[in-house]
Design a protein around this ligand. Structure first.
Ligand code: SF4
Length: 315
């Protein structure tokens, strides 16, 4: 095994059963399968995008939500099995929202024995002062948070910043950018920050949200509610999330196919002249199996052939 083999990270054969699963055998077996799947998907993303390298110090951003707890938990498991050495440090930004239970994360992080840092910055008051009542506060809040987390990463000597976004966040972002931004753009699994100084990674990029939800229950993470700031939820993101969940139920495989599509982009079959030289396209005289079959309809499965789909005939 080598560092580029994701099974070397996940240690699939040796994965121990999770520590806090309930006593029921069936539940225990399901929890064990879920743990293996989470480790496998995260390990695969880490290797595929070279997210974590020898000697890295990974700053894990903890909000207190199910995704960030899952991220830390799975990274701790992978760290114990990975063929390379790296450090983890959990960081929480206490934004001084009213009612924020400031003891919850430190207590949990101490209990799992991970080094951590709590950064106290009253962004809540800044946002309240600058944004008129009734207007959405998230964009200023996120900008302030990003700047603070980059500074903290510098101060801690972190070489990577890990965020807990998962597959469904990536798909929702893709759809939101298409619907409202006029862009074919999503959330990358690894990126260089806008100040050019940090590498941000999303090790849960291949993980389905239902798995982080389930894992949070299995592990009984002490979740901190995300509505303490009093800001309205992002309605468009919520609607798109609901649409994806609905599709998942009605059309099994659709969400997975959409996610696979993000890894199989064909620039010559989109319309962006910056990605493909349409002006310079000329007949080459050489047959190409991947070339366009210009006069043939695309060959998609009939709706009735898709699992779980009933065809209703309209008279
Ligand atoms: S929901 Fe509240 S804490 Fe979260 S980004 Fe928006 S304003 Fe900030």
């Amino acid at each position: 095994m080598n560092a580029m083999d994701s099974s070397a990270w996940t240690g699939e054969e040796t994965a121990a059963a999770p520590e806090r699963v309930p006593f029921d055998f069936k539940i225990e077996r399901e929890a064990h399968k879920l743990e293996k799947r989470l480790c496998r998907e995260a390990g695969k993303a880490i290797v595929q995008y070279n997210m974590i390298e020898e000697g890295d110090k990974v700053m894990v951003c903890m909000s207190g939500g199910k995704d960030s707890y899952t991220l830390l938990d799975i990274l701790l498991k992978l760290k114990a099995r990975a063929p390379i050495h790296f450090e983890l440090i959990a960081v929480n930004l206490d934004q001084k929202q009213p009612g924020f239970p400031e003891h919850v994360l430190p207590d949990y992080l101490r209990s799992v024995g991970v080094p951590f840092h709590i950064e106290n910055e009253d962004t809540y008051s800044i946002v309240k002062r600058l944004i008129p009542e009734g207007k959405t506060t998230c964009s200023l809040c996120s900008r302030l948070r990003r700047g603070i987390l980059y500074r903290v990463a510098d101060e801690l000597g972190a070489t990577k910043i890990a965020l807990g976004h998962h597959r469904d966040d990536i798909l929702a972002t893709l759809l939101l950018n298409m619907f409202f931004g006029g862009k074919l753009k999503s959330m990358p699994p690894k990126l260089v920050s806008d100040d050019g100084r940090h590498v941000v990674i999303r090790p849960l990029a291949f993980v389905a949200e239902k798995d982080t939800t389930q894992w949070a229950k299995v592990r009984q993470f002490p979740i901190i509610p995300c509505n303490l700031c009093g800001s309205q939820e992002n309605l468009q993101r919520k609607q798109v999330g609901e649409m994806l969940r609905e599709w998942q139920k009605k059309y099994p495989g659709r969400v997975e196919n959409m996610f696979n599509a993000l890894q199989n982009v064909v620039p010559s079959h989109l319309l962006d002249g910056a990605l493909y030289d349409f002006k310079g396209a000329h007949a080459t005289g050489v047959a190409d199996d991947n070339g366009d079959k210009a006069f043939d309809a695309e060959d998609f499965p009939e709706p009735s052939a898709l699992p779980g789909v009933q065809v209703v005939r309209i008279q």
